[in-house]
Design a protein around this ligand. Sequence first.
Ligand SMILES: [Zn+2]
Ligand SMILES: [Zn+2]
Length: 197
Amino acid sequence: MVKIECSICFDAFTTDQFRFLRCGHGFCVQCTDHLAMHNSCVLCKAPKRRGDAHPIFASFVLSESEEKAAQVTEGLRKIDANSSSSTVKASVQQLRDFLASNHTKKDLAQMLSVVADGLEERVSPLCSRVEELSGENEALKAKNKAVLLAYRKSLARVEEENGALRAAAARWEAVATLAQDRLHAQAISQQQPASTK
Ligand SMILES: [Zn+2]
Ligand SMILES: [Zn+2]
């Protein structure tokens, strides 16, 4: 949207916030109100009467580069901590396209300063949230590591105990086999005299 600079307060306003005198000079609504007691224009001293100040109704057309700059600015202005990554990507792409095209340096400087004014303020909550999250992530990583370490230790202990149990079982099996062999041999030696009778 086109803005007009008030030559009294030097702020920029949209046309609906401007009032014009019969001499053709215009000022913002606030400054026009302050000038109500004057009976001449502060710029050209042309006499003015009460009720002279009037709005104008006109459609201003932006130049191509102004329009492009306005589009890019609008896109960048919308970026805040809640923006999706696709929105940010689209706006950055628009900016890249704008930078690649042949627009005047004045457009660029103006646009970028306007954008820089608000962007940091809007995005800084996001940055602190990212920092917060990466802090939480580090804490979780450390916790995970500790849990993993404890798990490995207890696993090693269980394996150790299993090994001892297996060794004991093997020993008992050997003893049992030996005892069985002896019993078997005994049984055979007891049977032999009877069978030779
Ligand atoms: Zn003003
Ligand atoms: Zn005037």
